[in-house]
Write a protein that binds this ligand. Structure first.
Ligand code: FCB
Length: 475
């Protein structure tokens, strides 16, 4: 990673300018907001199963009701319109559309997303649809899940069904959200559904998620009739460290977290060093002839999710090993073959997730990606922060979230000034929602949700974003 040129120590620029066509909006995901878990023929997903197992979710909650968005979609669309959002990034629940992950199609599920997309277009908001944000149909997990190659083919079928239904009006299709989490947290650490803990399975899942992406991209292009943008969203780990062994540790972690996806997807090969680093875990025999050609597809935009950094060095094998990688520790490791890499506790300030606030990490990441992939447009598809909000006289004065967003929009602005082809910024999240293993205990919304009444209150950060969009300048 290059080091960002810090224009001022404060890292909050004023008068931010964004080029014409740069879309500012907000993001959500199906299982985190929809609720209506058993309605209109929706089948169970791995997150239904996982969240109903005692001990898996910090506050013992589930996504059964969540924000009840399934029933309040029109109200939520009006909220977006009121904020002046230019885009909305949502995900489609595979088990609403194919309840068992293959075969029969549930028209009521497709109709729901059809109404959502129409409602966005009527309000002048660009629809950015993600096909997979982690809610794998349980039937496919029962058949082996992502470590099973067949799941990639099932995903390709599902992609065709979704795009046949909405491929005349979705602006941007994203195949996968954060396959890092799907594979390493789902099958390695066990912090996410389905909660399995096997490093070899996690790496097989990596490959089959890459394959699923590669199979879906041409299907989206040939099925859609409106020439959409096609993308994938990755959560890049920005690794830092000043120790003598930090460069080696950074290579390891950025390989396993980032290059194992960008390598096959954008360059057509797995990084040799990652294959060597994981040799004791797997022989990679799940990679079949021809797979890399399938995975290596041109994409119109690369989605970047960014929240914070990690600081790494090699563990000396003697002192207590620090494990501060920012992910919920449930015993298993999301880093196959990396017991000798140590994640050091980082300096604050921190968000309510315990994640360090490092906007310059976003600037570094965007510049680094544009140097690695010079012709690849980028979009920030998630960035935001959880803080313990308080309601005062019907308002939420979330000054820390405003400040976080201000600093990260500054980072995006600085990256643009340094020549990065950045196409937009989707704030995570529109609504407080089910934050996976943490349930409802972490609030990321720019709009507060009262889970007892389902009342929505636009937080100061929502007003701030609205004002940014309204007053944004173009160079
Ligand atoms: C990302 C997920 C998103 C949300 C944020 C906080 O990893 O894509 O659903 O949980 O983190």
């Amino acid at each position: 990673m290059s080091t960002a040129a810090h224009g001022n120590a404060d890292y909050r620029d004023h008068g931010l300018e964004f080029p014409p066509g740069f879309v500012i909006g907000s993001a959500t995901a199906s299982y985190q907001i929809e609720g209506a878990a058993n309605e209109d023929g929706r089948g169970p997903s791995i997150w239904d199963t996982f969240s109903h197992v005692s001990g898996n979710i910090t506050d013992a909650s589930t996504g059964d009701v969540a924000d009840d968005h399934y029933h309040r979609m029109v109200e939520d669309l009006d909220l977006m319109k009121g904020l002046g959002l230019e885009s909305y990034r949502f995900s489609m629940a595979w088990p609403r559309i194919q309840p068992t992950g293959s075969g029969a199609v549930e028209q009521r599920g497709l109709d729901f997303y059809g109404r959502l997309v129409d409602g966005l277009l009527e309000r002048g908001i660009r629809p950015i649809a993600t096909l997979y944000h982690w809610d794998l149909p349980q039937a496919l997990e029962d058949a082996g899940g992502w470590p099973n190659r067949d799941t990639a083919d099932r995903f390709a079928d599902y992609a065709r069904i979704a795009v046949e239904a909405l491929g005349d009006r979705v602006h941007t299709w994203t195949t996968l959200n954060e396959p890092w989490c799907s594979s390493y947290l789902g099958y390695g650490s066990g912090a996410h559904a389905p909660g399995r803990t096997d490093g070899a399975d996690a790496l097989a899942a990596v490959h089959h998620l890459n394959l699923a992406h590669g199979l879906a991209v041409p299907i989206i292009r040939e099925t859609a009739t409106n020439d959409p943008d096609v993308s994938v969203t990755l959560n890049f780990h920005v690794a830092r460290g000043s120790g003598a062994t930090s460069p080696e540790a950074k290579r390891r972690i950025e390989g396993l977290a980032n290059r194992v996806f960008t390598g096959p997807m954008l360059l057509g090969a797995y990084p040799e060093d990652v294959i060597a680093d994981t040799a004791e875990v797997t022989d990679w025999s799940f990679v079949q002839d021809g797979d890399l050609e399938l995975i290596n597809q041109r994409i119109d935009v690369l989605g970047v999710n960014y929240y914070s950094t990690v600081t790494v060095e090699m563990w000396d094998g003697i002192s207590p090993r620090q494990n501060a990688d920012g992910h919920k520790d449930v015993g298993g490791s999301p880093w196959p073959g990396s017991r000798d890499v140590e994640f050091l506790v980082q300096d604050g300030p921190y968000t309510d997730m315990g994640w360090n606030i490092a906007p310059d990490g976003l600037e570094d990441l965007l510049v680094d990606l544009s140097e690695q992939f010079p012709d690849q447009p980028l979009m920030i598809t998630e960035n935001g922060a959880a803080f313990p909000d308080v309601v005062t006289d019907g308002r939420v004065h979330d000054a820390e979230r405003v400040d976080y967003l201000n600093r990260h929009f500054t980072a995006a602005h600085r990256a643009l000034q340094r020549g990065v082809d950045l196409r937009g910024y989707q704030v995570w999240s529109l609504l407080d929602n089910f934050e996976w293993g943490y349930g409802y205990s972490k609030r990321f919304g720019i709009v507060r949700v009262d889970y007892d009444t389902q009342e929505r209150i636009v937080k100061d950060s929502g007003h701030w974003l609205s004002e940014l969009i309204r007053t944004r300048r173009t160079p």
